[in-house]
Write a protein that binds this ligand. Structure first.
Ligand code: M6R
Length: 603
């Protein structure tokens, strides 16, 4: 996910190292290219940008030598337009008078570009950040001031975004030059130092400059001068008075966005990461070739390890149920040992990996390549080995996931499978993806206290089962893995109808068994719940409102009532919270559980 930082100073000075330092602090968000722009006293713009890692691009382009009174740095994580030099940000307008960069998604980017070209503007790339600059250019050309042009441009830009922009030869009587920024759905924080002000996507890149900060709200814009900032409502242009606060909690707290652990932060980021992904999928030209490869395949396999394998289990259920396309989920090492020997060039294998570097997955990829079958990648880390090995790939659009337990990447893996199955569905109406991020936010809020309560119930136990059925099987398995990983309790996730074939013997006084039920499976699961209840076990049910389930469960954790395909996915949110609360109440740091690492690059 992109990150932006801009700074305004009273005197021309070396800005390169300040911009580089800010970019390193934004890098955790994930990026594929970097660009810096500075504007000197005479209004000359120096713009340098390219694809690659910060230090490697700096060696070539020497950002560290850049000087000026105003500076912008942007880290781009490709959504609209491929990762390339021309699509890297910041961008210039047609006459190189404006320079700006954005973070977020402009969902009407394609139609806006057509309009700008028709109006005679020079559009150089396909990135939506460039559309922000041309949207302002349009109104500067009509004679508006920067403030008016930005306000009018905001009416033309659809989506969630923030952007920073400067006009090269704008100066007040004291020789000071401003920078402007606008917030509409993406984060933006302002910093006020002595003789300098700055603005950034988030706090960690501001703190080395100043601890005096102002948090912008959606629908606000700011003019940054070296000695002051002016916040306005975009809608009316009216000035907003806000007192700066001092942020004294230090860098680590800032990096965690006010949360205690990265896991907690990443759980609560999910409404935004799902919005990023679904916006990207709606506009990306990469989706159709991927879908065609899926539907052309004679045999279709979904392959991964750990959490990513659980997303494969969920995905296979969606493909089988909604698209009526047979798909088989297999653990990567098992795939390499068994099914790979049956592969034909007409088959396709979807490899799912957050890191794109898991050795067990890459072994399976290599074996698939030798068999000549299609390699389709679903991955979070752009530039990873899996990305390069894939005939087609789709990104998860989560930004960096720092915490060892995967949370936001699991949800986006499962969402991506559901999105593809929804595109290929043979029955029922299509999902309105615009409503899904709010549903996720609502579920996190609505289930939080019940998740704490459930964590307290489970905490005295060191063994338990999580059971699912149909599409909730993968969710139960994922919930169980999360609990094992960060609480060190043993929790097995399995098919609820299999429980009676052996594991039921574990149930005795108060033994906890948690059920994840989708509405269509409620009647079947009531049998499984009662098999546990009548042997003295304690049944905990996570499900959408259902009298049948509520009447039969000892504990009931209700999910919002929505389409049944989505309910299964929502269930993973309280399961993540239960693990998190139980982990912290056991005094474990969930971000770095013992014996584990984020990316497993060994056999
Ligand atoms: O990077 P990958 O998705 O390929 O990683 C696979 C597993 O190692 C990973 O999902 C692991 O199970 C997680 N730490 C679980 O939270």
């Amino acid at each position: 996910m992109c990150g932006i930082f801009g700074i305004v100073t009273s005197n021309e000075q070396p800005l390169g190292n300040i911009l580089l330092d800010a970019s390193r602090r934004l890098a955790y968000r994930g990026y594929d290219s970097i660009g810096c722009a500075t504007i000197d006293k005479e209004g000359q713009i120096d713009l340098r940008k390219d694809v690659g890692k910060i230090d490697e691009v700096n060696k070539r382009l020497r950002f560290d030598t850049m000087k000026g009174q105003r500076g912008i740095v942007q880290l781009r994580w490709a959504t609209f337009g491929s990762p390339s030099q021309v699509n890297a940000q910041p961008h210039l307008d047609s006459k190189a008078s404006l320079v700006g960069a954005h973070n977020g998604n402009i969902v009407n980017n394609v139609s806006l570009r057509e309009e700008f070209i028709a109006e005679g503007m020079i559009v150089r790339g396909t990135n939506d950040g460039e559309s922000c600059v041309h949207a302002v250019e349009r109104y500067i050309n009509q004679g508006h001031t920067m403030i008016e042009a930005i306000r009018k441009a905001a009416r033309d830009l659809e989506g969630d975004y923030a952007f920073v922009i400067a006009l090269r030869n704008e100066q007040n009587a004291s020789g000071d030059c401003p920078l402007y920024a606008i917030k509409n759905g993406s984060g933006l924080v302002v910093g006020i130092a002595d003789q300098a002000t700055c603005v950034s996507s988030d706090l960690p890149s501001i703190l080395p400059v100043t601890d005096r900060i102002l948090r912008l709200q959606d629908g606000e814009m700011v003019a940054l001068w070296p000695d002051r900032v002016e916040i306005r409502l975009v809608s009316t242009g009216e000035l907003v008075h806000r007192t700066p606060e001092r942020f004294t909690k230090g860098m680590e707290v800032a990096q965690k966005g006010g949360y205690v652990h990265f896991m907690e932060k990443e759980i609560h980021e999910q409404p935004y990461t799902v919005a990023e992904l679904t916006h990207w999928l709606a506009a990306s030209p990469h989706v159709d070739p991927f879908v065609k490869a899926l539907s052309d395949a004679q045999h279709l396999y979904f392959v991964g390890c750990g959490t990513s394998y659980h997303a494969c289990v969920v995905g296979a259920a969606y493909f089988n149920q909604l698209a009526t396309i047979p798909a088989i989920a297999v653990l990567a090492p098992q795939f390499t040992e068994t099914l790979v020997h049956t592969l034909k060039p007409t088959d396709a294998v979807v490899f799912v990996s957050q890191s794109g570097e898991t050795k067990d997955v890459l072994n399976a990829v290599n074996a698939t390549r030798l068999a000549g079958a299609q390699i389709l990648g679903i991955l979070n880390v752009l530039g990873s080995t899996l990305m390069h090995a894939s005939n087609h790939y789709l990104p998860l659009a989560c930004g960096y996931e720092i915490s060892v337990p995967a949370t936001k990447t699991f949800l986006n893996e499962a969402i991506l499978f559901l999105y593809l199955a929804d595109k290929l569905r043979r029955h029922g109406s299509r999902i309105d993806w615009g409503t899904v991020p709010d549903l996720i936010a609502e579920t996190l809020t609505a289930t939080d206290s019940a998740a704490r309560h459930t964590a307290n119930l489970l905490n005295p136990h060191d063994e338990m089962y999580y059971l699912g059925y149909g599409v909730t099987l993968g969710i139960a398995m994922e919930g169980a893995l999360k609990l094992k990983e960060i609480t060190y309790a043993h929790c097995e996730g399995m098919l609820s109808s299999e429980f009676k074939h052996g594991p039921l013997s574990a149930v005795h006084g108060d033994y906890p068994v948690l059920f994840v039920a989708a509405p269509q499976d409620a009647a079947m699961m009531v049998n499984h719940i009662n098999e546990v209840a009548c042997r003295g076990g304690r049944s905990i049910v996570i499900a959408a409102p259902s009298k049948l389930l509520r009447d039969n469960a000892d504990e009931y954790l209700p999910l919002p009532d929505t389409r049944q395909e989505l309910i299964a996915l929502l269930a993973v949110l309280p399961l993540q919270l239960i693990s998190y609360y139980m982990s912290t109440s056991r005094g474990i740091n969930p971000d770095f559980p013992r014996n584990l690492s984020k990316t497993i690059t060994v056999d």
